[in-house]
Design a protein around this ligand. Structure first.
Ligand SMILES: [Ca+2]
Ligand SMILES: [Ca+2]
Ligand SMILES: [Ca+2]
Ligand SMILES: [Ca+2]
Length: 343
């Protein structure tokens, strides 16, 4: 409307502009080639110019701009948060509408952040991404930059899914070619948090000593649905499984070369946060309370990862035997993020 008013004023008081603005009873308002500034203004005039006084043939409005934003707004998130993308179109008649459902929403780095649901961004690793939006109609909005940082570990994020406290004298779970009561002990630690976490600086303790048996290297990234297996010693290079990592106990105390030292009569497996004091997970067994230790086989959560009690590994339906470092008891792989965030 303001365009019309301006035009009327101009036509009334500045007759010399008649040729530019097309004043008069006709409709010669179309842009004239390279004169883009005037052309774009007068183009909308021609749509709303109604000499007849009736609203007869108004063409459909068009999208003039599109904006994409995060709701709530964010420039940095941790892996414990998700982001919600909202796409809004502004139309030539001044109205706006939500066109999120009609827009393609993509991440510039899907390993860092991905869209498993249409408009919900799920962080997977630390880093910086651009969220790119392609609306079905109208111009692409500016991409949304976003930085992802790793969430701090909390109690409950990690669970001891499997503990091999008393390996069989003929077993070789770490597959280093030797059976060893210390080296072949292991704990299988599952990420039950549903988000990516970093075990860097986290320590493993048994009971009765004031020194950790193992300190996880920085960073040790564990994504949702993944596990890491900590063996007492030996080598683990022959082991591999999807969504699983394998490490050997190591600490800085040369006088404490006892592996992870899980006593067969009873002990407590503990994980502490990098601050050295916060307990992340604690599982007593045998004489320390909790489940009885079984000989020559491991204890495994029932159901795996989400359970709160332990059972003999060999009793699990479909069990592959006495232990299963890096896989479910039936030998199947852990799901990783793809199983935690279904599309
Ligand atoms: Ca033992
Ligand atoms: Ca071995
Ligand atoms: Ca011990
Ligand atoms: Ca297992």
């Amino acid at each position: 409307m303001s365009h019309i008013s301006t035009r009327l004023v101009l036509c009334t008081f500045a007759p010399l502009l008649v040729s530019l603005y097309g004043c008069g009873p006709d409709q010669t308002l179309a842009p004239t080639g390279d004169d883009t500034a005037i052309g774009s203004d007068s183009d909308s005039n021609s749509d709303s110019d109604s000499n007849s006084g009736t609203d007869d043939t108004a063409p459909a409005a068009t999208i003039t701009s599109v904006e994409a934003k995060l709701v709530p707004a964010a420039t940095t998130i941790t892996t414990r948060q998700t982001v919600h993308v909202v796409v809004t179109a502004t139309w030539s008649d001044g109205t706006t509408s939500d066109v999120t459902a009609d827009s393609e929403i993509q991440s510039s780095a899907r390993s860092i952040l991905d869209f498993f649901a249409h408009d919900i961004g799920q962080p997977l690793l630390a880093g910086t991404v651009n969220i790119q939006v392609h609306p079905e109609d109208g111009p692409d909005p500016a991409p949304i930059p976003l930085t992802v940082t790793l969430a701090a570990l909390q109690a409950g994020d990690l669970v001891f899914n499997e503990l091999l406290i008393d390996p069989a004298t003929t077993a070789d779970p770490n597959k280093d070619g030797k059976s060893d009561a210390v080296d072949d002990e292991f704990v299988e630690i599952a990420n039950a948090s549903g988000v990516t976490v970093d075990l860097g600086g986290v320590t493993f303790w048994d009971s009765g000593v004031d020194t950790p048996r193992h300190t996880f290297a920085s960073p040790t990234i564990l994504q949702a649905g993944q596990v890491i297996v900590l063996f007492g010693g030996g080598t683990v290079t022959a082991l591999s499984a999807a969504n699983a990592q394998f490490v050997v106990a190591a600490n800085d105390d040369v006088g404490l070369q006892y592996g992870i030292a899980m006593n067969n009569d009873g002990d407590v497996a503990n994980l502490r946060a990098a601050d050295g004091t916060t307990t992340l997970a604690s599982t007593p067994f045998g004489s320390a309370g909790g489940p009885a230790v079984v000989s020559d086989a491991s204890l495994v959560l029932s159901p795996e990862v989400s359970g709160t009690s332990y059972t003999h590994h060999g009793y699990v339906s479909g069990s592959i035997g006495a232990q299963s470092p890096g896989t479910h008891a039936d030998g199947s792989a852990f799901s990783g993020p793809a199983g935690v965030y279904p599309r």
